[in-house]
Design a protein around this ligand. Structure first.
Ligand SMILES: [Zn+2]
Length: 411
């Protein structure tokens, strides 16, 4: 019975997802929007559409493969067999559970590998984005694997140990545990983890640095340290981000961003990022994410210990890892709803951060041209379907942002 519910949930999630993606692809028109008249041609738009179609197809292939793999795994009692084999090898308790999910994660990784390889070395390469060589790709994979096995494994072991020892009381202890772990990694990631993947160099003296410091003084905001990152090692796509807090707080500019933008545009982008801090978006999003973690753990615990899930799944004995797996698969629709809610807040924050930059005296035109440049360079979808935006977009579509910034400039 529960197997059928699970398969229905998985299938429904897949169909909904594909419907949204298809609508979104179909809403790409070969008509240059007024705003982009000077930077885009119909040819370039057609190229962008091809890029999105290729990405859509490979993602469809990947999601179909994963759906088929899950169905086979569940129908042929994969979870019970995996647990049985591990227990025959002498493992039990939290260690057994950790290995159980470790095997699933490894399987997941292997299954996804051909798709990720094709995307990087075929699609991204043909459209001129990929700068990764095979050596870097392999090293990234290896480092990611070691990190998730050690850190991920230790955290999972902790979670399972709490559940085993305190059962239905464990959820709020795990909640506190996960919040502490998350804050700890936010603080150490810029110093200990990110340098494993990229080289960070202090921003060199010059006009850009002077202008950033002038802005920082004007609005009374300390940037912490300012770094450039060798994003060009992997991709020509540009970005900038704030990370860490306290002593590890820093702003990172991709070398690709600096290369393709004017100083005015770069300062406008940074002013937008400062807006996220000053308007307390970072804190608010963290609070929302912590609240969602708590809610998820509470539901998981109710399903695991309240509803006697093991009886419903037809198992004679209660199994924590299998229960957790089933509960989390069934949780997919709720988790999608929570993500949508998070995006609603996030999109509102983007408008507010744009407004902050303009109100603090940054040129609306510089901000607009930075946004447009980024969209054109990355072959972004300029007219996404509203349902895709509602479900998946953490940032509003670029034309909506430009429209809002122009309205600010006129007022
Ligand atoms: Zn933003």
């Amino acid at each position: 019975m529960i197997l059928w519910i699970l398969l229905t949930v998985l299938a429904f999630d897949f169909i909904f997802d594909q419907m949204v993606e298809y609508l979104n692809l179909s809403s790409m028109k070969l008509q240059v929007p007024e705003e982009f008249r000077e930077m885009l041609t119909v040819d370039k738009l057609a190229r962008s559409k091809d890029y999105h179609r290729e990405n859509y197809l490979i993602s469809l292939a990947r999601k179909t493969t994963f759906l088929a793999a899950w169905i086979l795994f569940l129908v042929f009692n994969g979870p019970e067999q995996l647990e049985g084999s591990l227990s025959m090898l002498g493992y039990q308790g939290a260690l057994l559970g950790t290995l159980f999910f470790g095997c699933l994660a490894l399987g997941n990784q292997l299954l996804g590998l051909p798709f990720s390889y094709y995307r990087t070395f075929s699609i991204e390469a043909r459209y001129g984005f990929n700068k990764t060589d095979f050596g870097t790709y392999l090293r990234d994979l290896a480092k990611g694997l070691v990190l998730s096995m050690t850190i991920g494994g230790a955290v999972l072991y902790g979670v399972l140990s709490f559940f085993i020892a305190w059962r239905e009381q464990a959820w709020w202890m795990i909640w506190i545990f996960l919040v502490v772990v998350q804050i700890f990694f936010l603080a150490i990631a810029p110093v200990w983890i990110m340098p494993l993947f990229n080289k960070f160099t202090a921003l060199e003296e010059g006009e850009l640095k002077d202008r950033i410091f002038a802005f920082s003084k004007k609005v009374g905001f300390s940037f912490g340290k300012i770094f450039t990152m060798d994003g060009s090692k992997r991709s020509s796509k540009a970005n900038a981000f704030f990370t860490g807090f306290g002593k590890s707080k820093r702003i990172v500019l991709f070398d690709t961003l600096i290369k393709s933008h004017t100083v005015d545009e770069l300062v406008a982008v940074l002013a937008h990022e400062v807006g996220h801090y000053q308007r307390r978006h970072i804190l608010r999003m963290m609070a929302i994410s912590f609240a969602m973690t708590g809610f998820t753990l509470w539901i998981l615990s109710e399903v695991l210990f309240g509803a006697s899930l093991h009886l419903a799944t037809g198992q004679t004995q209660e199994s924590l890892p299998i229960g957790m797996l089933f509960a989390s698969l069934m949780y997919a629709p709720v988790s999608r709803l929570l993500a949508i809610l998070g995006h609603v807040f996030s999109r509102r924050h983007e408008f507010e951060a744009d407004a902050y930059a303009v109100h603090r005296g940054e040129s609306p035109l510089a901000l607009i041209s930075a946004l447009k440049k980024l969209s054109v360079e990355q072959l972004s979808h300029l007219t996404p379907h509203w349902l895709k935006v509602f479900v998946d977009y953490s940032h509003p579509p670029v034309l909506k942002r430009v429209e809002a910034i122009r309205a600010l400039g006129n007022s």
